[in-house]
Design a protein around this ligand. Structure first.
Ligand code: NIG
Ligand code: FE
Length: 424
């Protein structure tokens, strides 16, 4: 047995979130976070070698002369957050929409007038590759400092074959150049470009974009903004069916603003996840549970749309739908990179318990990205993506909000972020 390269010890609490790697946690399983008091982790290379109490791991002989020790006393140790729904590759920003929103102009009305997503499409096209990557790297660095160690990133601010392929190429480059692991999703069907019909644009997505994306192998998932006035249920089904045939796994922006059968469609397609779901029907929730579709809930988006409408997470958990949490980080409906904020909102407004919220932000989020074998929990054999949080216990994490609780981020066994505290 080798000695540990890194030994994290004396954690007040260590939330392993163990035991859910084979299938996403659902129902009462979501509250099982495998908590260890006075917890420790032995890390060898980029992997977790052992998990237990500090005394157990010391006695087992993991700590050798070359082992680097990290003292986590007074801290909560948890898996790195997995953010399974983001749109962080974009040019420009949209603070100009805030006064409109405050004046009551609806989100889709801004889009219809050529603003919203379409204004970000213009800003993204205007930015050269280097500028776009620089802006996105800054956001990724913010995400990392807030504890996100793996994130999904969608295309969808391109809307032409060239621009969508460019976005996916840049996501691949950013994955190589960043500390975070990025999971690419093709979302050509994010908005219908100005001057085009939904039908014509759908043909372009199905006949040109999807085959090229599949041939280049640069996306794992395909997503569609399924919403009346954007992409209809029928169109969304056509696009995602073709995507599946080409080997892309389906995800869907479903039932966000209106109840339109998006959750039912996700179940019918056996989508990996259905996301948003503010207006999902009872039947949709039941069908998602039967089909094993993960509900990726985005409470920061609900918060930012300021309509006091949140997804019915308690009903979903009760029905047996596995729930995950994500930021939806994007310049319009969720301009934030913060998973800690999402955990707070998940507790206060989705009524998840802190344990359920943590499960949703780690192992269930990893399942929503098809990565649960490798990340999302602290178990021997898993990638060493670990957070040391400045929280004395799990309740404190969502309870104390608006500040960054992350003290240290370990990614693949290396300390990649450390907050500097000044005592005076
Ligand atoms: O998930 N709903 C559609 N897409 C994003 C918003 C993108 C934007 O406004 O730029 C979302 O909320
Ligand atoms: Fe989204």
């Amino acid at each position: 047995m080798p000695y540990a390269d890194l030994f994290i010890h004396s954690a007040s609490y260590l939330a392993t979130v163990r035991g859910h790697s084979g299938a996403p946690a659902r129902g009462t399983e979501m509250a099982e976070v495998g908590m260890i008091e006075d917890g420790a982790l032995a890390i060898v290379g980029d992997k977790i070698a052992a998990v237990g109490t500090t005394a157990e791991l010391e006695q087992a002989g993991w700590v050798g002369p070359g082992t680097v020790r990290l003292n986590a006393s007074g801290k909560l140790v948890a898996p790195g957050f997995v953010d399974p729904h983001t749109h962080v590759l974009y040019g420009g920003s949209r603070e100009n929409e805030l006064p409109l929103k405050l004046a009551g102009v609806p989100y889709l009305e801004i889009l219809k007038q050529g603003g919203g997503i379409l204004s970000t499409v213009r800003a993204t096209a205007a930015a050269d590759d280097e500028a776009l990557k620089e802006q996105t790297k800054k956001r990724l660095q913010t995400m990392l400092s807030l504890g996100t160690t793996t994130a999904e990133v969608k295309s969808g601010y391109g809307l032409t074959p060239d621009q969508e392929l460019r976005a996916l190429r840049l996501i691949a480059e950013l994955n190589e150049e960043s500390v975070l692991d990025l999971v690419p999703t093709f979302m050509g069907a994010h908005a219908v470009p100005s001057g085009m019909s939904e039908e014509d644009f759908t043909e372009l997505v199905i006949r040109q974009m999807l085959p090229q994306v599949a041939e280049q192998g640069i996306a794992e998932f395909c997503d569609v903004f399924c919403e009346p006035g954007v992409f209809s249920l029928e169109t969304s089904e056509r696009i995602l069916t073709r995507a599946k045939e080409l080997g892309l796994k389906p995800k869907i922006h479903a039932d966000e603003l209106e109840a339109a059968g998006g959750a039912e469609l996700a179940a019918r397609l056996r989508a990996v996840s259905a996301d948003h779901l503010l207006q999902a029907s009872d039947r949709g929730i039941e069908e998602m549970a039967e089909a094993g579709v993960i509900a990726v809930l985005l409470p920061a988006t609900s918060f930012n749309l300021a309509k006091n409408t949140y997804a019915r997470a308690r009903e979903m958990v009760a029905a047996g739908v596995p729930v995950a949490l994500a930021t939806d980080s994007n310049p319009g409906s969720s301009p934030t990179e913060s998973m800690p904020l999402v955990l707070t909102l998940g507790c206060l407004y989705l009524k998840l318990s802190p344990a359920e919220a943590l499960t949703a932000a780690t192992i269930n989020a990893a399942h929503a990205l098809g990565r649960a074998e490798r990340i999302g929990s602290l178990e021997a054999g898993k990638q060493a993506d670990i957070l040391m949080l400045d929280a004395p216990n799990l309740n404190y994490l969502p309870y104390h909000f608006g500040n960054n609780p992350v003290a240290t981020v370990v990614k693949k066994g290396k300390v990649v972020y450390s907050a500097e505290y000044r005592s005076q």
